[in-house]
Design a protein around this ligand. Structure first.
Ligand code: KIV
Length: 298
């Protein structure tokens, strides 16, 4: 069993208890969230001591090579959530509700959130925007499923926002953003992601809210931070936003390894003796003897 991480007020050997997030905010300790999309990344995030894993619809762009998150389907998120949940024991796994999976009605939102929890083993779900999403969040929470909100740059509606760009940069928009976050909190959300907004606005939202804020491109004063797996590990050839800090260059390491593999195969340097299976000497002799005696069937 691993030792108790001193930063947690309560300790269980299983999942991080959800109320612990509130405790971390109260104590001024930062919450760490990262996206993940399969079992190995879930396992690695868990091993690194990450608190929350988001199975984000950013998968549509960083994993599946699409231009936006809009085409991502519920089934895609469902499968990835199953994989991540198999890999991650301690962190809470939050499944992103993709565009079109919660907008139509409370019933649709509850039905799809239930699938993510029941079939995907998600611990919680995330919805984007204020407005009509507030009622959806309330309905899902009432059905017994924890919900994370998401304000600021909400990629599912990037077209309406004028593209992938910073939000809340006028006084009016900043106030609206904080109002949205407060409404999501009142609807029962346990935390709010704030994406791509000026640090001043994220700071004010963090002060105004009782629940933790998780920032991405929102400065240093939110209660936690989230980054996209492929962006932070250099495993994505597309454009990364300016708020990304790269902690590794995994893409370069992979190209280097594949290049060495290709050259070993071409030169005959791979496979070596240690990579091949041997046969007991007696069987080998009999096999070779037999091959000489048995004429080939044509
Ligand atoms: O889909 C995603 O990865 C997200 C994060 C950027 C917060 O929503």
């Amino acid at each position: 069993m691993t030792d108790k991480p001193s930063r947690y007020a309560s300790w269980t050997t299983g999942k991080l208890p959800l109320p612990e997030l509130q405790e971390l905010k109260r104590r001024g300790e930062k919450i760490v969230m990262v996206t993940a999309y399969d079992a190995p990344s879930g396992r690695l995030a868990d091993a690194a001591g990450v608190d929350l894993i988001l199975v984000g619809d950013s998968s549509g762009m960083v994993v599946h090579g699409r231009e936006s998150t809009v085409p991502v389907t519920l089934d895609e998120i469902l499968f990835m959530t199953q994989w991540v949940s198999r890999g991650a024991s301690r962190p809470l796994v939050i499944a992103d509700m993709p565009f079109g999976s919660y907008e139509i009605s409370d019933e649709q939102a509850i039905g799809n959130a239930v699938r993510l929890v029941k079939e995907g083993s998600a611990d919680a779900v995330k919805v984007e925007r204020g407005g009509t999403s507030v009622a959806r969040a309330r309905a899902i929470v009432a059905a017994g499923i924890p919900v994370m909100g998401h304000v600021g740059l909400t990629p599912q509606t990037a077209t309406v926002l004028g593209g992938f760009k910073a939000q809340g940069r006028t006084a009016d928009r900043a106030r609206q953003l904080i109002d949205d976050a407060l409404e999501l909190e009142a609807a029962g959300c346990f935390a709010i992601v704030i994406e791509a907004v000026p640090a001043t606005v994220a700071r004010a939202a963090t002060k105004a809210l009782t629940v933790p804020t998780i920032g991405i491109g929102a400065g240093a004063d939110t209660d936690g931070q989230v980054l996209v797996w492929h962006d932070m590990l250099g495993y994505y050839e597309g454009h990364s936003p300016r708020f990304v800090k790269r902690y590794a260059e995994i893409g370069d390491a992979i190209v280097d390894a594949l290049g060495r593999y290709a050259s070993d195969v071409r030169s005959g340097a791979f496979p070596e003796e240690q990579h091949t299976y041997a046969m007991p000497e007696e069987e080998r002799a009999q096999f070779q003897e037999g091959s000489r005696e048995t004429p080939r069937v044509r």
